[in-house]
Ligand binder design. Sequence first.
Ligand SMILES: *Cc1c(COP(=O)(O)O)cnc(C)c1O
Length: 373
Amino acid sequence: MSGGFLPVCRPLLPGADAVAAYLRRVDAARHYTNRGPLVRQLESRLARALRIPDHAIRTASNGTSAIEIAVLASAGPARPDRPMALMPSYSFAATGLAVERLGYRVLFADIDPATWAMDLSAVAHHPRLAEVGVIVTVAPYGRAPDLAGAETLSRATGIPVVIDAAASFERLWERPGTVSSTVPLTVSFHATKTFSTGEGGAVIWDDPAGQDRVVQAANFGFNLSRRSEVAGTNAKMSEYHAAVGHAMLDGFDQRRADYAATVARWAEATARLPGRMHLPPDLASVYILWEAPGPEQRARVQAALEADRVDTRLWYELGMHKQPHFARPAQPALPVTEDLGARLLGLPMAHDMDPADMARVVAIMRRALGQEM
Ligand SMILES: *Cc1c(COP(=O)(O)O)cnc(C)c1O
């Protein structure tokens, strides 16, 4: 029962016709980047949709650079007395890479088995806090970011906290006013995320002076002059990406409805699988995750799907600490990360996924698990 190749994600961004009206505005303005009119208007439209103040959202060239400029604007670059960035290993590699660009060394903490995020009350008593210059928490797979917990942690430790909420845009959309004045959070508008500008991202933070530093950090550290006054980079969203963002926003209610219908079909199709399904809206709409009872079942199902040309993904691999670049001879023990990393499997998803493809995936999984059909 072999079908065609089924990709794990199949994004669909606004088509050329939908983007064209916005591109004509770029042509007319002859303003292509450096916070042009389309970028500013996109920020305003997003602020209105998320019911946050206008100054509370600033776009970036991607989600990774959004983390970088949020850390620069809140904690600054690494200092010799506090060279470590404390973060969960269980995240996409961008979380670690972003802070390394600022001179930090990553220090991995384990996650909570229920939330898959760092246990913030444990982090508050981490034995190496005196070396930590910034704490980056992660809202995994687009789950709701714990803003109150992050604010409490920052207040209790005196250490700046940034939330990598790269995939959590829908949670902000559903919960108007999800913003903090002390803890910046970052989102990604990558093509694999639910709301996309192709490449893009944003820093969401209700701190006007902080957001001025975000803009400065994103533009070579310039502030009203062409002198680099503070550490910076080039993290600016271009007008062309903003044009895609406007068109995406025009169709976003329809896109959310399409995802909801597809998620309902996925829930029905997978209702009797062993193990546990993790589905939107607990997660971002782009993620359909199967939690296998054990690593052996995960490996068996993954191999069966790949053999039948169904693409799967370990979105966060086995944790950053298992990847060659981040591996260290002596790692702190991360038992929850290792257990979850060995059992989660990302299944195919698209907003317009054919129910026949879901049935195909589930049939292969059941056969691999020896389950009666
Ligand atoms: C997607 C993602 C990023 C990176 O975003 P880009 O826009 O691809 O740079 C960072 N962290 C997490 C958790 C992500 O899912």
